[in-house]
Design a binder for this molecule. Structure first.
Ligand code: FAD
Ligand code: NAI
Length: 476
């Protein structure tokens, strides 16, 4: 088989890989992108975890289940009567699959448009030599590729509990959690992280009794304390039963479902029986299939590819981005790194500012933040001022009928520079963008407070929280 020679080969077509491939092609490189993901028919499904079993399908189900929740519990407030509201789970899942397919097809179209050559299959390092690297593609159409530059963007997979492999019928990873064919009566979730809360919310809204078991004594430790406290209160009110400081002892699958024994925060023995169990305890990098040893690519103790701040690996011309390297496992972080690497290849100064990467949890209410929390600022010894504003005092939130939560702004006590913005409430996922822009431009709280915000909008709560930093909120 003759080698096909490219300037750049990208391994993985998730948000890190496909975006890197497109940007490199825009910059004039001859680019190939290799991705192994298969759709139900065995065909290519570029987009990685994000498109196939992550960001996109989870948000589709969150939207469907939120409509159901609104129709059941909130339409009446608007004078709308909706009796005998029912959920056709198979239709909901079919819609989710259609959304996923639109995204898969969109990426294939973008590859064509940008002249990126796509290979469907598993890519691995075969050799390193004076001309760069040989990459072996195993799939329906095997191929050997050669390139001087390789960008590894192989992503991550769900971590299982020891001795409890995912069967995706009863013991579910994020994949199975997005394909449950009927609403389970009792759903267990191990891990109160982002997946546990989002997927737990989906099935709770549809009628499942959801119990979440979390090892850490603190809820949402990465979020600001006030926001996490408010979130725990609201989720409990909604009916999510969240147990913190839990130690799982045994998990047994039975004919009917799963039986767990665990110790609660007080050390008391407890048991739980559920029909389905989602295990969402974090993710592990996908480096097993790469044949990293063949070329001496260095991995860390957790199997992630070691990179410097610019995503350079230990090998000349080999780069790695996204979930397969250090840092938050977020699609937009992967994309930013992919673009920055492509630009570095072209001699440009690609840059990712890790300090302004936003976090969003798409529960209801949504939770979003950028920058540091109060606790982090205290630990860093930074003097700060805080201002917050509740959605209860925001006209648009009242009109929407969704007044849960607040915006909290943290600013440097001496310079007034924004250090963190934390939101729990309606459309927090969209509201956080303004804070990211402001922080990227190193704005002060006063800058945010003096910018004209349209009325009535939810974003006025951000302006008011910024005003509150200087104790001069107008509407609270
Ligand atoms: P991936 O998206 O994992 O893509 C890697 C691709 O490489 C895959 O297609 C894989 O098959 C392929 N691959 C692996 N090895 C090889 C090989 N040797 N050869 C060829 N191909 C290979 N992030 C957010 O920012 N927002 C969200 O709302 C969000 N929601 C999520 C919901 C869930 C349920 C999950 C699980 C994750 C979510 N994430 C979210 C995280 C997000 O999906 C990841 O951070 C993101 O997909 C990482 O992108 P990536 O390109 O690094 O890897
Ligand atoms: P996570 O890291 O968010 O949460 C895992 C939780 O499980 C932690 O709270 C941890 O303390 C707990 N845990 C670990 N081991 C445990 C055990 N043995 N028993 C009980 N609890 C245990 O990981 P998750 O939810 O699996 O998601 C993986 C990643 O995917 C996230 O970190 C995030 O980067 C990404 N993601 C992002 C989303 C978003 O941006 N909206 C949505 C979903 C996932």
């Amino acid at each position: 088989m003759s080698k096909q020679v490219f300037d750049v080969v990208v391994l993985g077509a998730g948000p890190g890989g496909y975006v890197a491939a497109i940007r490199a092609a825009q910059l004039g490189f001859k680019v190939a992108c290799v991705d192994a993901w298969q759709n139900a028919q065995g065909g290519p499904a570029p987009g990685g975890t994000c498109t196939n079993v992550g960001c996109i399908p989870s948000k589709a189900l969150l939207q469907s289940s939120e409509h159901f929740e609104q129709a059941n519990h909130h339409f009446a407030e608007h004078g709308i009567s909706a009796t005998r509201v029912s959920m056709d789970v198979s239709r909901m899942l079919a819609r989710k699959d259609e959304v996923v397919k639109q995204n898969n097809d969109g990426i294939l179209y973008l590859f064509k448009k940008n002249k990126v050559t796509f290979f469907h299959g598993m890519g691995s390092f075969a050799a390193a030599h004076g001309e760069g690297y040989d990459i072996e593609v195993k799939g329906a159409k095997p191929a050997t590729l050669q390139a001087r530059q390789v960008i590894v963007a192989c992503g991550s997979s769900a971590r299982a509990l020891p001795d409890l492999p995912f069967d995706e019928k009863t013991v579910l990873s994020n994949d199975g959690a997005l394909r449950v064919g009927a609403v389970p009566k009792r759903l267990g979730v191990i891990g109160a992280g982002v997946i546990g809360l989002e997927m737990g919310s989906v099935w709770r809204r549809l009628g499942a009794e959801v119990t979440v078991l979390e090892a850490l004594p603190e809820f949402l430790g990465a979020a600001d304390e006030h926001i996490a406290k408010e979130a725990l209160k609201v989720f409990a009110k909604q009916g999510l039963s969240i147990h913190l400081g839990v130690q799982i002892d045994t998990v047994k699958t039975t004919r009917k479902g799963v039986t767990l024994t665990y110790r609660n925060a007080k050390g008391e023995a407890q048991s739980l029986e559920v029909d389905k169990l989602i295990v969402s305890i974090g993710r592990a990098p996908n480096t097993q299939g790469l044949n990293a040893e063949a070329v001496g690519l260095k991995l860390d103790a957790k199997g992630a590819i070691e990179v410097d701040a610019d995503c350079r690996t230990n090998l000349p011309g080999v780069w790695a981005v996204g979930d397969v390297v250090r840092g938050p496992m977020l699609a937009h972080k992967a994309e930013e790194e992919g673009v920055a690497v492509a630009e570095r290849l072209a001699g440009q100064h690609g840059h990712v500012d890790m300090a302004t990467i936003p976090w969003v949890i798409y529960t209801s209410p949504e939770i979003a933040w950028v920058g540091r929390t109060e606790r982090q600022l205290k630990a860093d010894g930074v003097a700060y001022r805080a201002g917050s504003f509740p959605f209860l005092a925001n006209g648009r939130a009242r009109a929407l009928g969704d007044t849960t939560g607040m915006v909290k702004v943290l600013a440097n006590a001496q310079t007034d520079e924004l250090l963190g913005v934390h939101i729990i409430g309606p459309m927090a996922s969209e509201l956080i963008a303004e804070a990211v822009v402001a922080m990227s431009f190193r704005a002060s709280a006063e800058d945010l407070a003096r910018i004209c915000h349209a009325h009535p909008t939810l974003s006025e709560a951000t302006k008011e929280a910024a005003l509150a930093v200087d104790k001069r909120a107008l509407n609270f």
